[in-house]
Design a binder for this molecule. Sequence first.
Ligand code: IVH
Length: 677
Amino acid sequence: MPSTSDAAARLEALRTAIRHHDFLYYVQDAPAISDADYDELYRELRELEAAHPELLTPDSPTQRVAGEPMAGLETAEHAAPMLSLDSSAREDDLRAFDQRLRKALGDDAVRYSLEPKIDGLSVELVYRDGRLERAVTRGDGARGEVITANVRTIAAVPLRLRAEARSVPAELSVRGEIFMPLEAFDDVNEELLNAGKNPFANPRNAAAGTVRQLDPQLTASRPLRIYCYDVLQGGEAFDTQAELLKALRDWGLPINPLNAEATGVDDVLGHFAELTERRDELAYEIDGLVLKLQSIPARRDLGSTSHHPRWAYALKFPPRVETSQLLRIVASVGRTGVVTPIALLRPVTIGGVTVSRANLHNIEDLQRKDIREGDTVRVERAGDVIPQVVERLETGDERGAPFAMPERCPSCGTLLRKNGPYTVCPNSFDCPAQRVARLTHFASRGGLDIEGLGERTARQLVERGMVVHLPDLFDLQAEDFADLEGFAEVSAAKLAQAIRDAREPELPRLLYALGIPEVGVAVARDLARHFGTLERLRAADVEALTQVGGVGEVMARQIHEFLAEPRNAAVLDALLDGRVRPREAAAGPDGGALEGLTFVFTGSLERLSRAAAQELVGRHGAKAAGSVSGSTSYLVAGEGGGSKLARARSLGVPVLDEEAFLALLAERGVAAEGAGG
Ligand code: IVH
């Protein structure tokens, strides 16, 4: 065993390294090591701490989940009132707001910081001497509930502020928005349904429900994120919102990479239009655009009402909730054979998408809410997640009888079985509906992400006998798709290409895509982290599986059973037999410290020429591209950057000034030779 002083030094080094990688991942959005290497650091730290409990500190990265479930939530007062926002969905109202500011301050003073309005819950984070001391919900604005133990488990929330780039004030109180990404929301709801519990109506409720309950272990099991946007107290006196945001980032607090700036109101509206278009692509829900006066001193001249500041405004998207009439309830068979009721609705447009089917979840839920054919219901859509019927608004004049589950599978006719709260079709391998659902899940965004292979195409492939088992997909050619409904030569070629592109998936994606019971995105990542390869995972027994953080006994058994089941094993063998080759965790710095990144340069840099910068990043494994696109990692903007800058902002590509670029290089251990100064 190492001596205490050696151990202390190693502990410090490990903690610093882990914090740094968390920072690169959550704040810089530029991870620098593979998941496996990260896990290795974490494991070593945990083992060393176990051997030296006297050296354990509460802000160690291993100490995020601490303590038993709480008895109740206390309340605490905020450092400053947490106000709300004045808002509207009307352009006229926004113009009127802009006019008020111009009248009060003069045209030159009106510049805006633009931030996506995240649909989550507002939280105050209090840091004392750089350590997270308290997290409090917004509550009534003056006082909220203390949720520190839960918020500590959110990996994106630093337990310690970074002092490298900016001095840390003795007391700092920050405001941000905690939210649940859509994929996690789907996973959580699936799990709740599997456990016979009620799902959350939307990601906001899911996030709030997760941090306002009493068990930190439960919070830890649900991936939450945070973006910060305000300083309630402490820190220097900032001149602009942009400076304030930069300070948050320097301290290691995540800020939204889509934040932007605008001058005139037309600029704001242009940005709003772009954000509206991108809304469905984002990994989390937003409900509008927040504009804030850049100048912080000028805000004082405008003041606040008791409800909202007069210097900020939210332009809201139309809500994604509608009412419609429920025409019919049908039973639908899912990937795991569970039969759920689905509502067929009078078609209604929700946020630009026509909805005619919505999820009713489970029969108990349906009976409790007494929803029947003919009723008027409230339908909600989050991102591109399947819409759901949330509640009954009015009973229909001619109501149907309460819905009853069929006796036989509507797809294959097999007698259905009761399994706890579920009704299940036991014909897993041969039931066409289950095959379609498995294939759809396999190709879905969280899975192998095969564009052009949605449910409609999956159904045709299964019905025509082209895909019986998942591996068959990889044996199909463009010609095979050409006579599917909705396909032409070009789309068929594209689908064939998308399937070829999916042949080397990252391991967590493949694990998720397989549809192993209980394995959502987060568990798939943990399994991949722990085992590294599919072969090692397949060789693991139940006990080895329970060694993975977040995998309990029951889950371990289910995973093991699934992998050992001969027909599943045959599917895996066939997949691995030249059809897919899972990539081991992403290449770390050994493959080039900047591997996987794409840089675009604009304007003139001072300390090195643009050509030298391009050559430098190329030498370390990154790409230097000529124009900004969705796959650009960073735009490096020197003096006088023009259209590329605007494009990067509209696409949400992070923009680095020269200093930040050099700092990124330094962080990755890349010496910027030739950079003077
Ligand atoms: S600023 C004084 N910025 O929207 C500043 N709020 O409808 C007031 N929200 O309670 C808030 N993203 O929970 C601000 N970038 C953002 C935001 C944001 C989401 C939420 C926040 C607020 C609610 C008002």
